[in-house]
Design a protein around this ligand. Structure first.
Ligand code: HXC
Length: 266
């Protein structure tokens, strides 16, 4: 996995004076999304439940570009008030919010017969309700600044994937939320899109879903014959937030090398 985000495609400074607010920003995929935006000129607030981990990640991201400002905020996306406080702090420290990434997620493998109602609810609360809460809390900033939102979705719900009923249901809800908000808030100039990552190397999600020793088999199952990298997701993020995507809203960008089309994901 590449250790840094370095683009030969996108121009330095394209996100100058923009601010991104990213839940799950200390995690692997969302951290690299934030790093890409910061390296191209943005400032950022990243949110996570673990205060020390989040603040450390923020300091490390900030060190990537001289003059950037990145703050780490401890918050739980299940708690709207903690997100409202985080938005207020971000605006105080960074001046505004233009981009929102709804990336906080929870997942575990669980067969339906052993999945408790609370376990199902917990994942829906983090992934779906957490995404709603995040947009709700940031909505005035998004409308004021004609901002843009990216939800981190999945491809799990395009067909039945065993042991993932909770995550599939939550991510299907996220896609639906994104579509509805694209229509409802489009007239205010706010764009909403989903990115659906496939098998992305080095992520906790892949480590949990891929049995030991199944890596080579997983690579062969991807039409483009490789696992994705977190930079693949970062590149899609940069594109969707850039002016090059100014007429794109209500879409899902599947970044999976064609994997789900094969029907061999389970
Ligand atoms: C079955 C489980 C379980 C497991 C927890 N539960 N883990 N059930 N199998 N492995 C149940 C608990 O028993 C409990 O139900 C309920 O879920 C809530 O558990 P808590 O531990 O109290 O919840 P909480 O502390 O809020 O933790 C949330 C979590 C946890 C989602 C359960 O795993 C977490 O915090 N994860 C964050 C990190 C993470 O998941 N990263 C992966 C993201 S990857 P009962 O009935 O006992 O009360 C990703 C990719 C998805 O999302 C797409 C893949 C392609």
């Amino acid at each position: 996995m590449a250790n840094v985000y370095a683009s030969s495609v996108f121009k330095p400074g394209i996100f100058q004076s923009k601010v991104v607010f990213c839940t799950g920003g200390a995690g692997t995929i969302c951290r690299r999304q934030t790093e890409a935006l910061v390296s191209l000129g943005a400032n950022a607030a990243i949110l996570g439940r673990k205060k020390e981990v989040t603040e450390k990640a923020a300091a490390e991201i900030q060190s990537l570009r001289k003059g950037s400002k990145v703050i780490g905020i401890s918050a739980d996306v299940r708690d709207l008030k903690s997100l409202q406080d985080a938005v207020a702090l971000s605006v105080k420290e960074l001046g505004r919010i233009d981009f929102v990434i709804c990336g906080a997620a929870g997942n575990f493998i669980a067969d339906f017969r052993h999945l408790s109602a609370n376990a199902f609810k917990t994942v829906v609360d983090i992934d779906l309700i957490g995404s709603f809460n995040t947009v709700k809390a940031a909505s005035s900033e998004l409308i004021k600044n004609k901002g843009s939102v990216i939800f981190v979705s999945a491809t799990l719900h395009y067909y039945g994937v065993q042991f993932q009923s909770h995550v599939g249901a939550a991510k299907a809800g996220i896609d639906a939320l994104s579509n509805a908000l694209a229509v409802e808030l489009g007239p205010f100039g706010v764009r909403f899109n989903c990115i659906a990552p496939g098998p992305i190397d080095g992520t906790e999600g892949l480590a949990r879903l891929l049995p030991d020793g199944a890596r080579e088999q997983a690579i062969k199952a991807v039409p483009l014959q490789r696992l994705g990298s977190i930079n693949d997701i970062a590149d899609a993020t940069v594109f969707l937030f850039s002016d090059a995507a100014s007429f794109i809203t209500g879409t899902v960008s599947v970044v999976d090398g064609g994997a789900w089309q094969t029907g061999q994901m389970q």
